[in-house]
Ligand binder design. Structure first.
Ligand code: ADP
Length: 396
């Protein structure tokens, strides 16, 4: 039997997973990966693809006692499918993506009862995500009690930010309660930072990494350590995202509460689910749809997306004391030549020049020889990063 590490990213209605056979080094391509979508909805599907990207399963899952699929039953189905289909593998560790590690966790951590208690304590910091991460850990614990589980925190990478970068201008008492800038997408940044030296000799310098997906953020990294990032206390700060608002004058929230009589839940829904590219365009949260549309609203949403990126890069370059390399990653960063070109053309003042052919071909290195700044496109791999963390932590 071969040993393997399972990675899990449990969200409110989905569980993403990937299986990595144990090896030194672990292959960056998962042996099998996929997701269970629609947990708690009328239809729940298990979809998986193999190493070559071919779909190997697309199955509707049955709920419990005629009801809907829960996190528990979804994990049950996932493990049953795994053990039946991949008899040759023994899962020796599970790596979980956990959104919040508070001020306590700056590294991946073996999950023990005291860690579980801390994760529960972090729920108020990330009420939309942390409970689902915890549900995933508990479900695996029930099914595979002897398999070690490792929490890989999205906030951990950002614990190196100087204190001043973590502070809001709030009264001391509120700050002391943990209302600070934390930062997220840490696993993606860790992956880019460890991958960059292969492509750029400026990897140890001042690097700005743009993680542009449905959720989006940018980090300033100096000597491989985060010094500033656009996401803050929650996952709605900074850039305009698929459905999330990004940086917002706090006065707008007071205004909405006062004049629209909105409840906290309504406000939360608007800022997390109805804003961003979707809210501005009124058409879609999907960048591909917006880029393909001639509607002025779609163009305006794309313009705002790029404008906010350029403004935030300016601010992060100041925090890093300069810039040696700029990296694009995430679904939009990896695939959209239009967005990269738009952003880079607005940054020519800093001596940044892209090679349009290389950019159009989605090559890794897309800056010209005369550019003062290396510009790179590197696909992220958060799942592999989790598997690597689990392997290192457990000495596998
Ligand atoms: P998530 O944050 O959910 O992991 P992804 O990193 O998968 O999101 O990014 C999803 C976004 O990437 C969507 O807006 C999608 O339209 C965009 N995207 C994917 N491929 C392309 C492409 N070829 N051109 C432009 N945008 C793309």
């Amino acid at each position: 039997m071969s040993k393997a590490i399972l990675t899990v990213n449990a969200g409110s209605s989905s569980i993403k997973f990937a299986l990595f056979p144990l090896a030194k080094p672990i292959s960056q391509k998962a042996f099998v990966s996929g997701q269970i979508d629609g947990i708690g909805a009328d239809e729940t599907k298990l979809i998986a693809k193999n190493q070559e990207g071919e779909k190997i399963v697309n199955r509707t899952l049955a709920g419990v006692d005629g009801g809907k699929v829960t996190h528990d039953s979804a994990f049950n189905d996932l493990f049953t499918w795994f053990t039946e289909t991949y008899k040759e593998f023994e899962i020796v560790a599970v790596g979980h993506r956990v959104v919040h590690g508070g001020e306590l966790y700056s590294k991946p951590t073996l999950i023990k009862p005291d860690v579980m208690k801390h994760l529960e304590d972090f729920i108020p910091l990330a009420p939309l995500h942390e409970p689902h991460n915890i549900a995933g850990i508990k479900a695996v614990l029930k099914l595979q009690p002897n398999v070690p589980q490792v929490a890989c925190f999205d906030t951990a990478f950002h614990r190196t930010q100087p204190e001043v970068a973590q502070l809001f201008g709030l009264p001391k008492k509120i700050t002391a309660e943990g209302v600070k800038r934390y930062g997220f997408h840490g696993l993606s940044y860790e992956f880019i930072v460890q991958a960059l030296p292969e492509y750029s000799h400026r990897a140890n310098g001042r690097v700005i990494v743009c993680h542009l997906g449905n959720g989006a953020s940018i980090s300033a990294v100096v000597d491989k350590q985060c010094v500033a990032t656009t996401l803050g206390f929650s996952t709605i700060d900074g850039l305009v995202m698929g459905t999330r608002v990004g940086s917002l004058d706090a006065g707008v929230i007071i205004h909405l509460l006062r004049t629209k009589n909105m409840s906290v839940d309504q406000l939360e829904k608007m800022l997390y689910k109805e804003s961003g590219l979707l809210g501005v365009s009124g058409i879609s949260q999907d960048m591909r749809t917006l880029l393909a549309s001639d509607a002025p609203e779609a163009r305006q949403a794309v313009e705002l997306f790029c404008y906010r990126i350029v403004r935030e890069i300016g601010s992060l370059v100041a925090a890093a004391g300069g810039i040696d390399a700029l990296v694009f990653t995430g679904g939009i960063g990896e695939n959209s030549r239009e967005i990269r070109r738009n952003v880079c053309e607005q940054l020519q003042w800093m001596g940044l020049h892209i090679n349009h052919d290389a950019n159009a071909a989605n090559e890794v290195f897309i800056s010209t020889g005369r550019s003062l700044i290396d510009v790179l496109v590197i696909p992220t791999n958060e799942e592999w990063m989790m598997a690597k963390h689990a392997q290192t932590l457990l000495g596998l």
